[in-house]
Design a protein. Structure first.
Length: 196
């Protein structure tokens, strides 16, 4: 009789275990779908933004900025990359969502421009924030001074961006000025024979 009660209790527990496992599976699937949607939306914003950069589409670029970045860049008459680059190619990597900020993400892209004398490649980390209208671009991190860590260019603070650009230009001009100020060593001077 006791054995029968145990079997009956186990039999009654099976649907509860199955229901719990089914519920947990549904929750996991829902979380997965939500994560995939976040990834897809953030990648799409960066891809559309890069297409707009490439084609010089000012209105699309502006529409993909955060509301504060749009207000500040408009106020300061600053356009994000004003020149089109139709010869450019790019790759966009999967986003990294910020653990301490569920409304923040970083999306890395590699932007390559081809010229007659070669290629120039930039690695750019786009800083995104989720707003009511979806993911939007707040700024970017890029190497402004060769060999130095990337600088964050905050589109929401054009004055800070301008200061960083000016620092980068000054840092690159300084070595050139130092080189120009050094006298050449006599062994570096090559005489050109005079033809008579």
């Amino acid at each position: 009789e006791q054995l029968m009660e145990c079997v009956a209790a186990a039999y009654r527990a099976v649907p509860q275990v199955e229901d719990k496992a089914l519920h947990e599976a549904q929750v996991l699937v829902g979380q997965f779908v939500s994560e995939m949607k976040k990834i897809d939306e953030s990648l799409k914003v960066v891809t559309v933004f890069l297409d707009a950069l490439k084609n010089g589409d000012t209105s699309t670029k502006a529409s993909l900025l955060t509301s504060k970045a749009l207000a500040e860049t408009t106020k300061h008459e600053f356009e994000v990359n004003p020149q089109s680059a139709p010869n450019a190619q790019y790759e966009v990597h999967p986003p990294e969502f910020l653990q301490n900020n569920p409304n923040g993400a970083h999306v890395t892209s590699v932007w390559t421009e081809t010229y007659e004398d070669g290629q120039v490649t930039y690695e750019v980390v786009w800083v995104l924030r989720r707003e009511t209208q979806g993911w939007r671009i707040a700024g970017m991190a890029i190497e402004l001074i060769p060999g130095q860590p990337p600088s964050f260019l905050n589109f929401e603070d054009p004055a800070d961006m301008a200061a960083k650009y000016n620092e980068a230009i000054a840092a690159q001009e300084q070595p050139a000025a130092e080189t120009a100020a050094k006298p050449e060593s006599p062994s570096a001077i090559q005489a050109t024979p005079i033809e008579r």
